[in-house]
Design a protein around this ligand. Sequence first.
Ligand code: ADP
Ligand code: MG
Length: 252
Amino acid sequence: MTAPHALELRGLHKSFDRTEILRGVDLQLREGERCALIGPNGAGKSSLFNLISGRYRADAGSVLLHGADITRLPPQGINRLGLARSFQISSLFPRLSAFENVRCAVLGKLGYRYAFWRPIGRLRDAEERAHAVLARVGLAGRGHLPAGALSYADQRALEVAVTIAADASVILLDETTAGMNRAESQAMVALIREVTAGKTLLLVEHDMQVVFDLADRIAVMDNGRVIACDSAANIRANPEVQRLYLNRSGHG
Ligand code: ADP
Ligand code: MG
């Protein structure tokens, strides 16, 4: 028997007010694979993340996480089964410290695993884990600062910390390098590679340098569908993808 995919999307549909945003999305990620999701603005990439992570409810189709059907689960339930995502728009609590932001994310996961009669031990474990995660993203010395006081690049690193805090096996990152200069995005690529080692990664990314540096495979989304998913070389040579990228502006 072959192992189930880490993440499998089957025929996902989603409409808002009779407008079809997702029009039958199929995608399969192998365990440990890094896949970049690219496509023009409005293609449906963030909506797809909302649907996978349980924020949106699919009208049709299914989402399987390590073979288990998570299509109808709420976001917390999906998170506890090992899927975590970052948001395109910052989801940090700006007045809480960087450390507190990470601790919140750790506690959200530990809450399930640990018995309620061990609150002190649970908090201590969460704090140790939060310190370790902050150190992994290079923010060990800045944990006491309010998240909103960090530099832009450090805030994005903190978002990565929050996303990996609960030790998910499948991680979705939405435009983590947006607005970064070349040096910052190179540092972010190294960080993402390091903290997602051995995990399955799906990342929405507009910077093609980042895509080529990080991704094993590239999925191209257009108009609510994944139109191709292949190696970088095959994606470059794909006539449908070429047409899409020649005919439009404002994409990445
Ligand atoms: P991308 O991330 O690829 O740029 P989005 O998923 O953000 O694309 O958006 C795809 C389309 O879905 C857009 O036309 C957007 O306006 C629409 N959309 C996304 N979320 C909603 C919502 N909650 N209500 C109505 N329309 C939405
Ligand atoms: Mg988006």
